[in-house]
Design a protein around this ligand. Structure first.
Ligand SMILES: [Zn+2]
Length: 344
């Protein structure tokens, strides 16, 4: 079958579009004819070998949507051949580790990621445990479906599970145009929050408002995001900061929070190391939270909202399999809003 894979780590030139063996369905699994797989920062990390060192060759693509073409006879599932589904990226143990037994599968130590530890979705076919496949509405396009699983689940996990946003919260979400942040804006609005976000160019500012942001700070035109936040909140600061950027905004995030505010971080694209002024914490009781694994239950919750039409995938551009390298370049150049999707 046609697939995009890497045999070594490096720049976009290591992405090879060629032939790979079709996967064989294992007990408990479904096979999909892949129709779309979205790019994530995880793909860039995997390709470059920064932070991810799985065995090679590996078919790329962490976010997958497609059509069910085969179901293992012993799979315990309500799915039928022909169903349109998305895949939960994390494949967990058979349910017998100490965490999964307690229903805390987000902490399963044996979890493997599609497109990193297992072959991914930049291919014509993929297999995955039936429990990882969730049905989506037939009228949703495959690129939109593919744009949702990782971005939507990550944003939901950070804002709802971790930071526990409430309707009265004011929330600062950095980098509106990123896939996770653009879903975060929609989720925070849906939950009734007032959403402040950041962007660096006019067309992204406009788009951020279109998807629900109440206020957009142009970070290129302000020397202090936290000062802009204070101006927008009558000097009080925000209840929650959702950070997909990392080092570049860390200090500004701290200074944007109200006393007792919550910060949740899931991305470090601008760098993972920073100096921290500990007196900020001495002066104000802040809650700093990481992201980490996500549960099957919250994946089901968020897909219910997707199927109800409450949350929409934002597809910036689609590419054929042969142009995955170009898509990686667009992602690294950050000239897009939402998600880049590879069609197989
Ligand atoms: Zn487990």
């Amino acid at each position: 079958m046609k697939a995009v894979y890497i045999s070594q780590y490096g720049g976009t030139d290591v992405l090879t579009c060629g032939d790979r063996p079709e996967p064989e369905i294992a007990p408990g699994e479904v096979m999909l004819r892949v129709r779309g797989s979205a790019l994530n920062r995880l793909d860039i990390g995997m390709r470059s070998g920064r932070g991810y060192q799985g065995p090679l060759p590996r078919i790329m693509g962490c976010d997958v949507a497609g059509e069910v073409v085969q179901i293992s006879p012993d799979a315990d599932t309500n799915l039928s051949v022909g169903d349109h589904v998305v895949l939960d990226n994390r494949v967990k143990c058979a349910g017998n580790c100490e965490y999964c037994i307690q229903g805390l599968d987000q902490y399963c130590p044996q979890q493997k990621r599609l497109g990193v530890d297992l072959d991914g979705g930049h291919a014509e076919y993929i297999t995955a445990p039936a429990i990882n496949a969730y049905k989506v509405r037939d009228d949703m396009s495959f690129p939109e479906a593919a744009s949702l699983p990782l971005a939507c689940h990550t944003a939901w996990h950070c804002l709802v599970t971790q930071a526990q946003i409430q309707p009265w919260d004011e929330v600062l979400i950095h980098a509106a145009s990123s896939g996770v942040a653009s879903m975060g804006i929609q989720i925070a609005k849906m939950m009734g929050c007032r959403v402040i976000t950041t962007a660096g160019v006019d067309w992204k500012i406009e788009k951020a408002r279109e998807i629900g942001a109440d206020e957009v700070i142009n970070y290129r035109e302000t020397d202090s995001i936290s000062r802009a936040v204070m101006e927008l909140t009558n000097g009080k600061g925000v209840d929650v900061v959702f950070d997909v950027v990392g080092a570049d905004v860390w200090e500004e995030s701290m200074l944007s929070l109200k006393p007792n505010g919550r910060l949740v971080i899931t991305g470090v694209t601008s760098g993972a190391r920073t100096e921290m002024n500990l007196s900020v914490l001495q002066g104000r009781p802040l809650h700093l939270m990481g992201s980490g694994g996500r549960s099957r239950r919250t994946f089901g919750d968020v897909m219910t909202l997707v199927n109800r039409g409450e949350l929409r995938g934002i597809v910036s551009q689609t590419f054929p399999l042969e142009e995955v390298a170009e898509a990686h370049q667009v992602m690294e150049d950050r000239e897009f809003f939402g998600k880049l999707v590879i069609e197989s």
